[in-house]
Write a protein that binds this ligand. Structure first.
Ligand code: HPA
Length: 282
């Protein structure tokens, strides 16, 4: 019997292909909270609301638009995912991680060979300032279940026991870091949210070696790797966690940073350059 999950992914892919004809994206770009405007860099071939795509999870968090944009970004055929589903939105559903990572499977089945994630994160590293970017070197998945547990969806990956040493392509990280002096490279820790961290939790996360904390990206990267895609991810630091561990942020503060003109201009400039250099690099 065919795995119904795989069938659903194929139905979503067929629907998208029926709207885009022969367009074949090679890069998936997931745009996190407030990073939506990066989608403006894409010359669209088709824009499809998530709600129209069979089985596609609909983003419900303010700041997540819920649209797929297929088109060309600086010469690269991309599928832009404007808004994502977080684990905390569906945590009580027994298939939570299958829901969260559905778009990643769709991107892989559309033929993407590179998965790029962006997110907003709190800066644990005292050297990080609000508005800085961090290329993720490695991650710590904390308190969120692995998306590779439970029913194994056999899309033909050879890695049943998935190695995790190939994530966050080193060549792409080096290329990215050269684009702006405020770009760091560091460790991203994903916690469940939806609440921000306590003072004690921040001190623990910092002691563990994490440089930035957020609530997404890790399950997506694990599944993208399992589907054979190269991966790359960037955090925008929206709040600086104090030396004593106090995380005084709130959603409004995070969104205010993301929506500021300075942030937007920097993101546009850096991502445009990155995609220009991407041809032939992955
Ligand atoms: N913690 C978790 N997620 C976040 C933060 C934070 O401080 N800032 C933006 N996303």
């Amino acid at each position: 019997m065919i795995d119904p999950y795989i069938k659903h992914v194929h139905e979503a892919v067929s629907y998208i292909q029926s709207k885009t004809k022969h367009f074949a994206p090679t890069v998936a770009l997931t745009l996190g909270s407030g990073l939506n405007t990066l989608a403006d860099l894409i010359e669209p071939v088709a824009t499809i609301p998530y709600a129209d795509i069979p089985h596609f999870p609909i983003a419900t968090v303010p700041g997540h638009e819920g649209k797929m944009i297929l088109g060309i970004l600086e010469g690269v055929p991309v599928v832009g995912l404007k808004g994502r589903k977080h684990f905390y939105e569906v945590a009580r559903d027994p298939h939570a991680m299958d829901i969260v990572t559905f778009p990643v499977h769709v991107a892989a089945s559309l033929g993407c060979t590179l998965y790029v994630a962006t997110n907003a994160a709190g800066g644990l590293n005292p050297k990080y300032s609000v508005g800085d970017l961090m290329a993720i070197r490695s991650h710590i998945g904390l308190f969120q279940p692995s998306p590779l547990m439970g029913v194994y969806h056999d899309f033909g990956s050879t890695d049943f026991f998935q190695p995790q040493n190939t994530q966050y392509d080193p060549h792409l990280r080096t290329m990215f870091k050269k684009l702006d002096p405020s770009i760091h490279e560091g460790i991203y820790v994903a916690v469940t949210g939806r609440a921000y961290e306590t003072q004690a939790e921040c001190l623990m996360l910092r002691a563990m070696g994490a440089d930035a904390v957020g609530m997404s990206t890790v399950p997506e990267i694990m599944v993208a790797t399992n589907r054979g895609m190269k991966t790359f991810a960037v955090s925008m630091i929206t709040n600086a966690i104090a030396k004593d561990g106090t995380n005084a942020t709130n959603h409004e503060e995070v969104m205010a940073v993301l929506n500021s003109k300075t942030t937007e201009e920097k993101l546009y400039r850096v991502f445009r350059e990155f995609f220009k250099k991407l041809t032939g690099a992955y």
